[in-house]
Design a protein around this ligand. Structure first.
Ligand SMILES: Nc1nc2c(c(=O)[nH]1)N[C@H]1C(S)=C(S)[C@@H](COP(=O)(O)OP(=O)(O)OC[C@H]3O[C@@H](n4cnc5c(=O)[nH]c(N)nc54)[C@H](O)[C@@H]3O)O[C@H]1N2
Ligand SMILES: Nc1nc2c(c(=O)[nH]1)N[C@H]1C(S)=C(S)[C@@H](COP(=O)(O)OP(=O)(O)OC[C@H]3O[C@@H](n4cnc5c(=O)[nH]c(N)nc54)[C@H](O)[C@@H]3O)O[C@H]1N2
Ligand code: SF4
Ligand SMILES: [Mo]
Length: 893
């Protein structure tokens, strides 16, 4: 992939734009524009490591698929024209219908500086609270839980705590795939100190593969599990009576609520669907291990009672006094690269800025004075789910979406798409075309990673720089600049006169310290004086940052940022939280992440080696449930909830708890016909945080009858229409499309007319069987290299394709023997078939690993020695052990 270097030669020090671990990346642009990356050995988040996604960043910087110019109503326009229209329409709408008739929906992937000005414009100058962020779908329950317990949204711990703990409980976190570098740090520490790892997750995940105890709880029963733990602690020696007495309030009420429903491990085991012995073991381990960290993520947050789950966990840490000390604490890990930065600038509709809120009039007044914004919003705005409802029913008439793809990622996504259609004026800032940009009245091309500069804050509250090392694609511009340009045109020139991100950062830092005598722990006032050169050189640093401080851990001194300085226990109950499955929709659908994909795949979906591990959307289902529905591996499933339906291929897996199924969240209309998990998800939200339940929706799963299947290999970037199901996968040199349908007979020829058109007779070879059930065709370009191939057959009868796919990548003219062999799908010269890629760092396939096992290489380490697989980021290690296991079992049979 190529890009144009901003400044040639030197290696740029920047930060990975994917997960909240916030790894440092060194990026280099070669003279021919090729970008290569490596982990920054000096960055304190990763010390040189990168996961598969980070390691493939260089392959995402090409201009393929990028938005290069603004568009108004689908037509290319100048920046001036586009910015004028946006400013004018927002201004007119506000004048006519008031400030609450407009809204921004932004993202934890914006840089702090982008986020700060977006929030300042909406809350300070437009005067509405209507700015919310995709972090509502991600961190809102943790924020609400922290505020209930600590009085401020504080993550007390740091990454080193995972290395210094003796017990790490991962609850609702698949860190092996989602926070891979942090997880590898934990595994490395375990080698040294024998850390125990407990995983609480209904699925057997890659994370669960490595643990000492896996508690496969019934979905949604975490409160009961942790209430039981609190009751257990309250009765035993782990209770820190001094800490509870001196530093907390509400202990008795919380314990009473917990004991009422979880008085014994037997009660908990029954309610959570666990073995009593396992529950006891967990409780005893926790009670006996002072250095305990509870890491939690979306299995906790994305729940209709996520805030209660968060407080159930924090209660146990407060009862044991294990908070903010080395190797101890509750640890909510952030998902997006700048989820934490978004919390600092107050990007959620119910926050203000710099950890201030709307509850205290003094806060609103203070921020208003600092911004010199007399018209500042005085009340919270619409939270994401409500915001899109309001866009749908006409209350919100102008909506600006930045750096997020709600048409795919919001729950009840069908309704969100309808709302985008209904809304009078929709602006979208993105780097590429997405399902959301389809609805944009004005489309603004944003500068992407590598082209923009600013700061991000990772899960451990560490600020790091992202630095530009490429020229923006086309006329793309940095988000902060686009926002400031619109603000100026709306009449707020003085408040948005920033010349660059450094100036915005200084103001953000100054606000955090403004009239802050220590009551707000988020204080980076020491950085308010950074000059441009200092900002350019800025080294990763924790907040708070007051002169002489910046040590990392917080809340370890027993004082909390509440009015009385005490932490609060919160009495929470599992009771009454029912699983809503019924006879009509008997399966609880869980959704989440795959190892190598990032969200809606707008960047990772264009990297062949990241597509190779999970090339198509698959629904994982337990063997018992599959049997009941008559589903076999590779079948097409029709999955329906109250809100919509999707189709995906079936993958039967004993890792799935009976009664539940798992669908990755990643596939959008850009990559498949209809496989978006958001279409199924419920818009039910947590009452405290407004975060939607994305981990549990009742669905019905049935087999979709299919008469033929096809595979199209092409250099072209197509979106097929008219198929029951299709999905596509990026490969070197083009795309591979999986197609299927219900028509019987003759389909191949029809498809061939649709796809392999424009080739002469000399370029095309084809074969069809007499009954018209099987069809194969291939076309070569003017140089005689494979340009397109189509294979159609009844389900399960497609010929092999690996060789054809490799020809698409090689672009080499074919010799006569190769041309003869095209329709067989088999290379005339023997070609080792790698099979599905397992290790995406070194492109090692399942067949190569199986062959090594057959040679007697029976451990992950030996496989690594032979093939290098698993030796870089480590994310595929658990899959390699499964393959070893499977191959040995098969050999033994
Ligand atoms: N590869 C990859 N990594 C990513 C991302 C990505 O898109 N791809 N996205 C990033 C972002 S923004 C985020 S927020 C994080 C998310 O990181 P994680 O939260 O680790 O990822 P998820 O897969 O969403 O969900 C975690 C687990 O919660 C489990 N779960 C479901 N229901 C329950 C329940 O009731 N109780 C418990 N205890 N567990 C349950 C699921 O089975 C799942 O394994 O990942 C970040 N990292
Ligand atoms: N069913 C289900 N749904 C979920 C989840 C789940 O677990 N299950 N998880 C939820 C969570 S935790 C999250 S965080 C969300 C994520 O959901 P989204 O935020 O919708 O997903 P992304 O694909 O990351 O969208 C980011 C968009 O920003 C664009 N972009 C990239 N760089 C830039 C830039 O510099 N500037 C601008 N303006 N745009 C840029 C990308 O092309 C992309 O379109 O999904 C949520 N939805
Ligand atoms: S763990 Fe991977 S995705 Fe996350 S920041 Fe590090 S390299 Fe990026
Ligand atoms: Mo997230």
């Amino acid at each position: 992939m190529t890009g144009i270097p901003a400044t040639p030669a030197a290696e740029a020090r920047t930060t990975c734009p994917y997960c909240g671990v916030g790894c440092g990346v060194l990026a280099r642009v070669a003279a021919d524009g090729e970008v290569t990356v490596r982990g920054d050995p000096d960055h304190p988040a990763n010390f040189g490591r990168l996961c598969s996604k980070g390691a493939a960043l260089g392959e995402t910087t090409g201009h393929d698929g990028r938005l290069l110019a603004p568009e108004i109503g689908g037509r290319a326009a100048s920046w001036n024209a586009a910015l004028d229209v946006v400013a004018r329409r927002f201004r007119e709408t506000i004048d006519r219908h008031g400030p609450d008739s407009v809204a921004f929906y932004v993202s934890g992937q914006l840089l702090t500086e982008d986020y700060y000005v977006a929030n300042k414009l909406m809350k300070g100058f437009i005067g509405s609270g209507n700015i919310d962020t995709n972090s509502r779908l991600c961190m809102a329950s943790s924020v609400a839980g922290h505020r209930r317990a600590f009085g401020e949204d504080i993550v007390p711990g740091i990454y080193a705590d995972l290395e210094e703990a003796d017990l790490v409980v991962l609850t609702g976190s698949n860190a092996a795939w989602c926070h891979p570098v942090l997880y590898q740090r934990l595994l490395a520490a375990r080698e040294e100190r024998g850390t125990r790892i407990v995983v609480v997750d209904p699925r057997r995940t890659a994370t669960a593969d490595e643990c000492d105890l896996h508690l496969a709880i019934e979905p949604g029963t975490d409160v009961l599990l942790f209430n039981g733990l609190l009751a257990h602690i309250a009765e035993g020696r782990a209770l820190d009576r001094d800490f509870v007495a001196s530093a907390t309030s509400g202990f008795a009420e919380a314990v009473a609520a917990a004991s009422a429903e979880a008085s014994s491990p037997a009660d908990v085991a029954a309610g959570c669907g666990l073995a009593e012995a396992d529950v006891r073991l967990f409780y005893e381990l926790f009670a006996a291990t002072e250095r305990s960290v509870t890491v939690y993520s979306q299995g906790v947050n994305q729940s209709a009672h996520g805030t209660d789950k968060v407080n159930a966990i924090i209660n146990c840490h407060l009862a044991t006094g294990r908070i903010g000390r080395p190797g101890m604490g509750p640890f909510s890990v952030t998902g997006q690269p700048n989820a934490m930065g978004g919390r600092e600038v107050g990007g959620l509709a119910n926050q203000l800025a710099a950890h201030m809120g709307f509850e205290q009039p003094a806060d609103v007044d203070r921020v208003g004075r600092f911004w010199n914004a007399a018209g500042i919003a005085r009340h919270a705005g619409l939270k994401a789910v409500d915001m899109f409802r309001a866009a749908g029913d006409g209350r919100v008439k102008a909506l600006w979406i930045m750096g997020t793809n709600p048409a795919v990622s919001m729950p009840d996504a069908g309704r969100v798409r309808a709302a985008l259609k209904a809304c009078e004026f929709v602006v979208v800032s993105d780097v590429t075309r997405t399902d959301t940009t389809l609805h944009a009245d004005v489309l603004l091309p944003a500068a992407a990673w590598g082209e923009k500069s600013g700061t991000v804050t990772n899960s451990e509250r560490r600020l790091s720089r992202q630095r530009a090392f490429l020229q923006p694609a086309g006329s793309a511009r940095a988000d902060w600049r686009i926002i400031c340009d619109v603000a100026r045109r709306m009449g707020y020139a003085d408040a948005f006169a920033f010349e660059g991100p450094a100036a915005i950062f200084r103001e953000h830092a100054a606000l955090s310290a403004y009239e802050n005598d220590g009551e707000r722990l988020f204080d980076i006032g020491a950085l308010a004086g950074l000059d441009d050169a200092g900002y350019e050189r800025f080294e990763p640093a924790f907040w708070p940052q007051q002169p002489g401080e910046g040590a990392g851990r917080l809340l370890g001194d027993g004082r909390f940022p509440t009015a009385d300085g005490r932490a609060r226990f919160v009495a929470v109950r599992q009771e009454g939280v029912a699983l809503a499955v019924d006879g009509q929709r008997p399966i609880a659908l869980n959704t989440g992440r795959s190892r190598d994909q990032w969200h809606t795949m707008t960047r990772t979906g264009r990297v062949p080696r990241l597509m190779a591990n999970t090339p198509e959307p698959t629904l994982e289902i337990a063997p018992q449930d599959a049997r009941r529905e008559g589903l076999a591996d590779g079948d097409l499933a029709h999955v329906s909830s109250r809100y919509g339906f999707v189709r995906a291929k079936v993958s039967i897996s004993a890792r799935q708890k009976p009664g539940s199924a798992f669908l990755p969240m990643h596939w959008s209309g850009q990559f498949a016909a209809n496989a978006g998990a958001g279409s199924l998800a419920t818009p039910t939200t947590d009452p405290f945080s407004g975060q939607p339940e994305l981990k549990n929706v009742p669905v019905r799963i049935v087999r979709e009858p299919v008469a033929w299947t096809g595979v199209l290999m092409t250099r072209r970037d197509l979106r097929p229409t008219g198929f029951v199901h299709w999905s596509r996968c990026k490969v070197e040199g083009g795309w591979v499309y999986e197609l299927c349908g219900t028509e019987t007979g003759g389909q191949g020829i029809l498809l061939s007319r649709q796809f392999l058109n424009g080739f002469s007779r000399e370029q095309l070879v084809e074969y069809t069987d007499r009954r018209g059930l099987a069809y194969r065709a291939a076309a070569v370009d003017a140089d005689g290299a494979l340009a397109e191939a189509l294979l159609v057959a009844p389900p399960g009868q497609l010929p092999p394709r690996d060789w054809l796919v490799s020809l698409l990548g090689s672009r080499a003219p074919l010799g006569p023997a190769d041309r003869m062999a095209l329709l067989s799908g088999r290379s005339p010269s023997p070609m080792p078939a790698r099979g599905r890629i397992v290790c995406s760092c070194f492109n090692v396939g399942i067949n190569q690993i199986a062959a090594a096992v057959a040679r007697g290489r029976h451990s992950v380490a030996l496989i690594g020695e032979d093939l290098r697989a698993g030796t870089n980021c480590g994310s595929c290690r658990s899959e390699i052990s499964q393959i070893i296991e499977g191959t040995r079992l098969a050999a033994a049979e």
